[in-house]
Design a protein around this ligand. Sequence first.
Ligand SMILES: [Fe+2]
Ligand SMILES: [Fe+2]
Length: 476
Amino acid sequence: MSTIDYSEKIPNNVDLANDRTLQRALEHWQPRFLEWWKELGPNDFANSDVYLRTAVGVDAQGWAHYGTVKMPDYRWGIFLADPIADRTIGFGDSFGQPVWQQVPGEFRSQFRRLIVTQGDTEPASVEQQHRLGHTCPSLYDLRNLFQINVEEGRHLWAMVYILHAYFGRDGREEAEELLARHSGDVDKPRILGTFNEPIEDWLSFFCFCYFTDRDGKFQLKSLAESSFDPLARTCRFMLTEEAHHMFVGETGLGRIVRRTLEVMKEIGSDGPEAIRRRGAVDLPLLQRYLNFWFSSSLDLFGSEVSSNAATTFANGIKGRPDETTQYQDHVCADSSFEIEVPDGKGGIIKDASPMRNAMNEVLRDAYIRDCEIGLKRWNMQIKRAGYSFELKLPSNRFRRSIGAWANIPTDLEGRPIGREEYDRCMPGWLPSASDRDYVKSLMQRVVEPGKMAAWIAPPERGVNNLPVDYEYVRLN
Ligand SMILES: [Fe+2]
Ligand SMILES: [Fe+2]
């Protein structure tokens, strides 16, 4: 197991000290990163003491150390999972051959595009959540937000390292650009749509962690299969951190459901108005937020049929999540995948696509199955409380902006409908202006240790075996 050297300016387990040129280039980028953090990170909390975990190793057990830090002093570093001896290419045309330690020239631009796209999402989410700390529902939640923020910052480092170390001058330029684009910026927005959506309330934050960060998990899982071994190792370690982001999304939404059910029981009603008078989130409102973030996140996977996806799979650049354990055929040269496309007459037809071209859809399917797990759990809570309401994921055809269903009006079940009906129903399907105003009105900060805002139940346990009422953030 490799250990992480913390005596260095940039903590790392990639032996940076023995590559002076690379070390200098990254040390040159470091102050720009810190400037960016100061300007667009959770900068109003720069003086707060936050109970954070920091990576101290890369093996599965005990990889993180917990302690109190001020966020600007967080040790962002470069950590790759340990190499797997004699690892071979797991999919595509070069299946079974040794993995690459350098980027093959002919695949350079494809790799660069994927790494830049992934890298762009990391600082984007920090920018989106820039002001959320001011309305935290508890110190526990505030700490979790900051943990995610610093780790997304580290994920940016992970991608910037790969760009600097393996893409020469182009890579250094791309690393600069990663700090120049900004979420929601009119002139220089982030690359992917969802990462330009503002996150101004905690309901959106938990939805983002649940749905959008989960897209990140699936992208990382498929890049962790890559034949370019340094990229695979970087992504494998990022996934260790990512698990916490999924946890925050799932438990955050689960705690909202739990609180709402408590209120419903207390007042003996499931009427949204009555629930809102008690300052909780009615379930139909939650459903509209789920509809918004789920449909927006589905687009992140790209078109159902994509020649680009086929090439990146064939070339061993990007595989499928859990390629080795979940699939038998790793070459997919002559299999096909059935997709549903509009028939052009207001209906749906099934179409067979060569498997390689359908890889985005394969990934999206796996993602949707993963999204369903939380809903099952929350629905169980609702059922146990004696209510028949069921939270549902909308169809993957609903409100799409990319792919075969882009701009084709459908209802939540994915049935094609007329434009007029679509426009008429939309206010009931997505958060309305008054929904957003109501949610905004709930966003009052609660910073007394152990106290929770009225719209969310406390977590079942605290962080790292500490009690829930531990002072996870000292605001100073
Ligand atoms: Fe990330
Ligand atoms: Fe994340």
